[in-house]
Ligand binder design. Structure first.
Ligand SMILES: Nc1ncnc2c1ncn2[C@@H]1O[C@H](COP(=O)(O)OP(=O)(O)OP(=O)(O)O)[C@@H](O)[C@H]1O
Ligand SMILES: [Mg+2]
Length: 227
């Protein structure tokens, strides 16, 4: 079923950081949300997730920082059990081994708390939690920012394989146009709390119309990024 939100907005300290925004997301869609730092991408991601969850839709979230998802006082095993329970799975039934092996985090000690894992391992652990089920939407906010390019590419490949043939839609939030160019079919460009351009990825990369999209696509380094 199509996901629909309207009039999303956010005001912080009297400043509008997200202007009224409406979105429609088709099942299986692969959308990139790009824009410069501070343009409002994470804010829109949070508002979208809150609204859809309030509608009763299932949304998995890989937040920009693992700190948002992991309680420093709880073990990694605790977090995993919580993720299974949230999906109504019987404990231990999620494909933990397969996901951990694919994400190369099977050396991590689940008895430890988050700070016993490296930042990049924490980030992949949070991605693994998001891949347990088949939600309506997965929102990934800079999911590879703490990973080296090789691990980042492998992680994104795993995500692609996981989503193949599923109706789960994906929103990839990033300021890395190279990452988006290879992974999504549609791009939304944000500037100052608004979506200023929304078009097929190829169009925005090669025929950007707004200043914000032109500035992003002008950085040709996006063509060289491996993932
Ligand atoms: N809690 C808050 N209080 C005040 N201002 C905030 C708050 N959260 C975000 N902002 C402001 O809102 C704007 C958008 O922030 P947001 O984190 O959504 O940007 P972003 O596009 O995700 O940036 P980045 O690429 O750096 O992650 C920024 O100017 C930020 O300073
Ligand atoms: Mg952000």
């Amino acid at each position: 079923m199509t996901l629909q939100v309207s009039g999303l907005n956010a005001v912080r300290s009297g400043r509008t950081i997200l202007h009224p925004t409406s979105l429609q997301i088709e099942p299986g869609a692969r959308i990139g949300l790009v824009g410069s730092s501070g343009s409002g991408k994470s804010t829109l991601g949070h508002a979208l997730i809150d609204d859809l969850r309030a509608q009763g839709r299932s949304v998995a979230h890989v937040p920009q920082s693992p700190d948002e998802a992991l309680d420093p006082l709880r073990s990694m095993a605790f977090h995993w059990r919580e993720a299974e329970q949230a999906l109504g799975l019987k404990l231990g039934t999620a494909s933990q081994d397969t996901l951990f092996t694919a994400l190369k985090i099977n050396s991590g000690d689940l008895r430890k708390r988050p700070w016993g894992w490296s930042r990049g391992m924490q980030q992949r652990f949070v991605i693994a939690m998001a891949l347990i089920g088949s939600p309506d939407l997965i929102v990934l906010d800079e999911p590879t920012s703490a990973l080296d390019p090789v691990v980042a590419a492998a992680t994104m490949n795993l995500l692609d394989r996981h989503l193949e043939g599923r109706t789960t839609a994906m929103m990839l939030i990033t300021h890395d146009l190279g990452l988006a160019a290879r992974r999504v079919s549609t791009l939304m460009v944000m500037q100052d709390g608004r979506i200023v351009e929304h078009a097929p990825t190829e169009d925005i990369l090669h025929r950007p119309t707004t200043g914000a999209a032109k500035a992003l696509s002008a950085h040709r380094s996006w063509q060289a990024v491996p993932c």
